[in-house]
Design a protein around this ligand. Structure first.
Ligand SMILES: [Zn+2]
Length: 418
């Protein structure tokens, strides 16, 4: 039979699906789990596993089943198989992790962010070049997660680092032909929550993810595709003008939603100076609330039910904290309702300090959310879920993106000819 490129590639479709199963399930799976999940016959599964073993992509380990009968075969990533490198950049640190084809990130090193962006970019380039030299062709892709807007995969404005511009073009060029993808952290988090079997958004059709760290990060997945606009920089929901129009956001615009929901907003409402690290500030406040949860919950409940006047009998510290949290929770609830009206998600996944605020001031949040929903959305209101992976989602999502991009039928076909 004439072997066209098309038939060669379709021959690897089942093998690609088996590998995809491994990166979206935690502990790999037994042959029978995978067979059932993908509706494969026993002979197809045996044949596919043999091909993947030959390519050093998997190995199989005999495990004793709970059920009676024969021991089952566990399918695991081959220790000498492909690897993806993942970099996650926060305000204060960057970390490097590697993942095998099971997509589970293993943190390799954590470094402080240097003061200059030239040094920062050089450090990333050096560390990735070294990894490439050590791993050779086993390193198949790099994903860099940034808490900022990414345009055309190379340009970003990480205002949280005090840098108005960061250009990854040189890094991408130096590592070529190794594919390097620069991606927004919330987008990666959404990919992890959506694709992973255990993720909070798994099985939903419209997924809105909101992750508050230094400011609001967001992503929307519609029927499996990330909605990211013409240049890939869409999804900046934190900069919709749903905030106070007199407050200028660090993005340059006035009235952004972020300015009434982030750590700076909480500090402003509590009369504190602007925090150096807003993420850390929210953690501190959250810990303070945990020291006296009943006091704070009672205050927030009171304010929500009766307005601030009724709380004058409480200590002023508690009143301030409760009032501050209630205000932030209301801003968060209203904004999420606005996005629900516009985007029609069937699940909203919350991550970072969005979760903290909602937990500490749940009634204020819920009231504001419900009040701002259109009737048509209220009758089929989206589920609200907590992110399963948290900040690990940036790495998990990066691994899924990298492996989905690289481990294709064409890749397996090319590997089989080496
Ligand atoms: Zn803004």
């Amino acid at each position: 039979m004439n072997d066209t490129g098309f038939t060669r590639h379709t021959r690897w479709d089942t093998a690609t699906s088996v590998l995809r199963y491994l990166r979206t399930h935690d502990t790999g799976g037994t042959r029978s789990d995978i067979m059932n999940h993908l509706a494969l016959s026993s002979s197809t599964m045996t044949d596919t596993c043999a091909k993947l073993r030959d390519l050093n992509l998997i190995f199989e380990q005999s495990v004793h089943s709970q059920r009676r009968g024969r021991p089952s075969l566990m399918v695991r990533p081959h220790p000498r198989g492909p690897v993806v490198a993942l970099i996650d950049v926060s305000h204060t640190h960057w970390r490097l992790a590697f993942a095998h084809i099971d997509g589970i990130p293993h943190i390799h090193r954590v470094e402080s962010i240097p003061p200059s962006r030239t040094i920062f970019l050089r450090s990333l380039t050096d560390v990735l070049t070294n990894a490439h030299n050590e791993l050779g062709s086993r390193l198949v892709c790099v994903v860099v997660s940034m808490r900022s807007t990414i345009t055309e995969n190379t340009h970003t404005q990480p205002v949280f680092l005090g840098w108005d511009h960061l250009d990854f073009t040189d890094l991408v060029t130096q590592l070529a032909p190794l594919p390097v993808m620069i991606e927004n952290n919330a987008t990666l988090s959404a990919l992890a929550e959506y694709h992973h079997r255990r993720g909070a958004a798994h099985g939903y059709r419209g997924v809105l993810l909101i992750d508050i760290t230094s400011s609001i990060g967001g992503a929307f997945i519609s029927h499996g595709s990330v909605v990211s606009g013409a240049t890939g920089s869409g999804g900046e929901y934190g900069h919709l003008p749903m905030g106070d129009p007199t407050i200028q956001c660090r993005c340059g615009a006035y009235g952004c939603w972020s300015t009434v929901t982030d750590g700076y907003a909480l500090a402003r409402s509590l009369g504190d100076p602007p925090p150096v690290d807003p993420e850390e500030y929210v953690h501190t406040i959250s810990d303070e609330c945990l020291l006296d949860p009943e006091g704070v919950y009672a205050t927030v409940r009171d304010i929500t039910a009766h307005g601030p006047l009724q709380t004058r009998t409480l200590t002023s510290a508690r009143t301030n904290l409760g009032q501050g949290l209630a205000t932030i929770a209301q801003g968060l609830g209203r904004g999420l309702a606005g996005l629900t009206n516009a985007l029609a998600p069937d699940v909203i996944v919350m991550s970072g300090h969005a979760l903290t605020v909602r937990r500490l001031a749940s009634r204020a949040f819920t009231q504001a959310f419900d009040n701002a929903l259109m009737d048509v959305r209220r009758t089929r209101a989206p589920a609200i879920a907590s992110a399963v992976f948290g900040s690990e989602g940036y790495l998990r999502g990066g691994a899924i993106l990298a492996l989905d991009t690289v481990i294709t039928p064409a890749y397996l076909d090319a590997r089989s000819h080496h």
